[in-house]
Design a protein around this ligand. Structure first.
Ligand SMILES: O=P(O)(O)OC[C@H]1O[C@H](OP(=O)(O)OP(=O)(O)O)[C@H](O)[C@@H]1O
Ligand SMILES: O=c1cc[nH]c(=O)[nH]1
Ligand SMILES: [Mg+2]
Length: 209
């Protein structure tokens, strides 16, 4: 079973509290999602391999380390995952970006796929799927399945808020995929929204409600 990593750093927890506040407006919400994504990405990339090199500082030759041997791709689940892209690409500017378009059917809550476009070399890259919310887990499971079908071999899933149900669904369907989250909330409500949660992340990022 792949691990669940909760990034309980004080800065992450503080920013998630601001995100939850119903009085936080679109501009601030969008900025917070991006900043929190950057912090979670910092931990999700902790296992990137390093190699030692030598270079000259103004004073001496230094044996020093650079990231080497693995390339990354970030895959936002549209729409809300897009809000995390600025933050994660600030940390890893050389990463390529794939897109998976999914929305939850308002009645069945099942994900409906409407788009997928990956970098050509996705099978050679470590893929990190980003989406602020892991609720029932149906969208994450569908996105991971799609990504595997398109050739990705090493996949991680990053979110800001997860539910126990969502984590269980991903771990059951894709036990090889590690999950990185800012916090695990209590439960889902009857509409399958995470409570207390933040409401509809996509609507709050894009100001559509
Ligand atoms: O775990 P699940 O129950 O599948 O729910 C989580 C999904 O729901 C939200 O997307 P939504 O369908 O609202 O689409 P949007 O990003 O376009 O708003 C969210 O961003 C996830 O993709
Ligand atoms: O709580 C939830 C659940 C699904 N999608 C969201 O944006 N929020
Ligand atoms: Mg939404």
């Amino acid at each position: 079973m792949a691990e669940l990593h909760i990034i309980d750093h004080p800065l992450v927890q503080h920013k998630i509290s601001l995100l939850r506040d119903k009085n936080t407006g679109t501009k601030e919400f969008r900025e917070l999602v991006s900043e929190i994504a950057m912090f979670i990405c910092y931990e999700a990339t902790r296992d990137l391999p390093l190699k030692e090199i030598e270079l000259e500082t103004p004073l001496a030759v230094a044996k020093t380390k650079i990231i080497s041997g693995r390339k990354l791709a970030f895959i936002p689940i549209l729409r809300a995952g897009l809000g995390m892209i600025e933050g994660v690409t600030t940390l890893v500017p050389a990463a390529k970006i794939g897109h998976i378009g999914l929305f939850r059917d308002p009645v069945t809550k099942e994900p409906v796929k409407y788009y997928a476009k990956m970098p050509d070399d996705i099978s050679e890259r470590d893929a990190i799927i980003v989406d602020p919310m892991l609720a029932t887990g149906n969208s994450a499971v569908a996105a991971i399945t799609e990504l595997k079908e398109l050739g990705a071999k090493h996949i991680k899933f990053m979110c800001i808020i997860c539910s126990p149900e969502g984590v269980e669904a991903v771990q059951k369907a894709h036990p090889d995929v590690e999950i990185y989250a800012g916090v695990m909330d209590e439960k889902l409500n009857e509409d399958k929204y995470i409570v207390p949660g933040v409401g509809d992340a996509g609507d709050r990022i894009f100001g559509t409600k």
